[in-house]
Design a protein around this ligand. Structure first.
Ligand SMILES: Cc1cc2nc3c(=O)[nH]c(=O)nc-3n(C[C@H](O)[C@H](O)[C@H](O)COP(=O)(O)OP(=O)(O)OC[C@H]3O[C@@H](n4cnc5c(N)ncnc54)[C@H](O)[C@@H]3O)c2cc1C
Length: 275
């Protein structure tokens, strides 16, 4: 199938893009890497009347760091993140996870901003950002705001972003020298979306905060209280019973048992890595 008719805009700077979004509101869609939006349009699962291509906006590209955090521009491609020495040193979990995203061709075009804005529950990048307490930076013609990742995902492919906002970047705290993490996912074939995944990231910034995320299970990636409570101590069977209940609450259909078995297996292996 071909997409429905649309008007194409290619602004050269952010103010022009924001003005277009303010003008067209819900009738418009931002086009970043196009790796998800173009197939959705071709299948007519979405029919934007106005397409705002942000690929020429240089201020949305690149990776910078200060003393405490790394800021990644929304239009930064997966491949650039994989090649970045800053990311390798300060946020190695992100690079490890992105190696599981699709294939070279998709990683060459797909962007971190597109992945966060799409909010696919099986996607690796949103789950990593949740595990590392990232902050999403959004801008509209009215100004800029930072959104803590814990309140960014609202439901299946739904986020806190307003219709007139562009996601301009994401700020991820740098790891402490002592920080460790475990990332495990199960996919049918390498490069497929994960059936389920588990991330453990205790003490990422050096403060004793345990963060554990489950993804590919339910409408959004979510933090597991069962795993966060269990990190750093001997695990009893009741942890996995509690984890199975969390999965059942997130899934609510006939795949719940299957997902629970995958998640508990991944969690056991992740815990063993950190032991
Ligand atoms: C065959 C295939 C396999 C894939 N496998 C995986 C996988 O294993 N793991 C995974 O995580 N992903 C996977 N993907 C998805 C891929 O990672 C996408 O690139 C990504 O989800 C979206 O990024 P994009 O830059 O292409 O965004 P686009 O497709 O351009 O946009 C996606 C959505 O986000 C919105 N958007 C984009 N950028 C912004 C912005 N800056 N501000 C506001 N809204 C914005 C768009 O309007 C659109 O609604 C796969 C895709 C394909 C085609």
């Amino acid at each position: 199938m071909k997409p429905a008719r649309f008007n194409y805009h290619r602004p050269g700077n952010l103010p022009d893009a924001l003005a277009l979004l303010a003008e067209h509101g819900g009738a418009a869609r931002v086009l970043a890497g196009g790796q998800s939006l173009m197939p959705l349009m071709a299948m007519r699962l979405t029919r934007p009347e106005e397409l705002i291509d942000i690929n020429r906006i240089d201020e949305l590209k690149g990776i910078t760091a200060d003393d405490t955090a790394v800021t990644i521009g929304a239009l930064t491609r997966y491949t650039e993140i994989l090649r970045s020495e800053v990311i390798a040193a300060a946020v190695p979990l992100l690079a490890e996870a992105i190696r599981h995203v699709a294939h070279h061709a998709i990683r060459n075009r797909g962007t971190i901003g597109g992945s966060l804005a799409l909010a696919d529950p099986s996607a690796e990048t949103p789950a990593v950002c949740l595990a590392l307490a990232a902050r999403v930076i959004a801008r509209s013609a009215a100004g800029e705001r930072e959104i803590p990742i814990d309140s960014f995902f609202h439901g299946l492919m739904a986020t806190e972003l307003a219709e007139d906002e562009i996601l301009v970047g994401v700020r991820i705290p740098k790891r402490a020298a002592s920080a460790r993490h475990a990332f495990l996912e199960f996919a049918r074939r390498r490069g497929d979306f994960a059936q389920a995944g588990v991330i453990l990231a205790p003490g990422h910034t050096g403060v004793p905060e345990n963060r554990a995320v489950v993804f590919g299970v339910g409408a959004t990636a979510w933090r597991s209280s069962a795993l966060e409570g269990a990190m750093g101590r001997n695990i009893a069977d009741d942890v996995y019973a509690a984890l199975r209940l969390e999965v059942a609450a997130a899934v609510e259909d006939e795949t719940a048992d299957y997902k629970a078995r995958i998640v508990t297996t991944l969690a056991e292996r992740a815990m063993a890595r950190l032991a």
